[in-house]
Design a protein. Structure first.
Length: 90
């Protein structure tokens, strides 16, 4: 599962991320018991760093919207700064 977290003043973690910034990470859940975490990233794989992700209606924010496997590539669609839609390709 991919998920978003937000850095806040009480957070323990990467202090290089400004407060209020959303970052994306991953967790692997047990398919028979989804309340059981098998593995979790201890960092993020994506954070706002482009101008259109940093500045908009809401700064330093993006929302993961959909993941698609298409022609051998993964496409991760996300909203940026509550102003645009983008896609990350892997």
């Amino acid at each position: 599962m991919i998920f978003l977290g937000v850095r806040n003043q009480r957070a323990i973690g990467d202090s290089s991320i400004p407060d209020g910034t959303y970052v994306a990470s991953q967790v692997l859940l047990d398919k028979h018991d989804p309340s059981r975490i098998l593995k979790r990233m201890n960092t993020f794989f994506m954070k706002p760093d482009r101008s259109y992700e940093l500045t908009g209606q809401v700064n330093n924010v993006y929302f993961l919207e959909g993941l698609a496997h298409f022609q051998g590539r993964w496409l991760l669609y996300y909203g940026t700064a509550d102003s645009r839609i983008a896609v990350a390709v892997r």
